[in-house]
Ligand binder design. Sequence first.
Ligand SMILES: [Fe+2]
Ligand SMILES: [Fe+2]
Length: 129
Amino acid sequence: MPTISDIKKEHAKIELLLKNIEQHMENNIPIPYLIFCLTKLNSIWNEHERKEEDIFNPNSDFPVEKMIIEQHRQLRGHWRIISGSISEGDVNKILVSLNTDGRMLIDKFRKHMNLEENYLKIHFIHSKI
Ligand SMILES: [Fe+2]
Ligand SMILES: [Fe+2]
């Protein structure tokens, strides 16, 4: 079972990548580097979510846990649009998807990580996690 500190460390890595991606979207974007960051985000995120599956139960009755699982689904929805545009290799489509789904992904990801950390802090403060 991962600990709260494992989860927080991974959130910090994810936040760093989100910031990096955001900064490159603001300035004139070197697309290959941006794709490199997005690919890295995806791989850290996959591993991270596997760990969270041990913590957050999809069948839980807790509304916050249900919300967290639902947010995982929503984040993946934005990611599918972005990764679809990357696979097509069309720079304009990549830029459009980043300016729409990318911005929503970054914003929702931050709120999501915040919610998870607050939830873990409250519910597992006395346990080993
Ligand atoms: Fe999560
Ligand atoms: Fe998380």
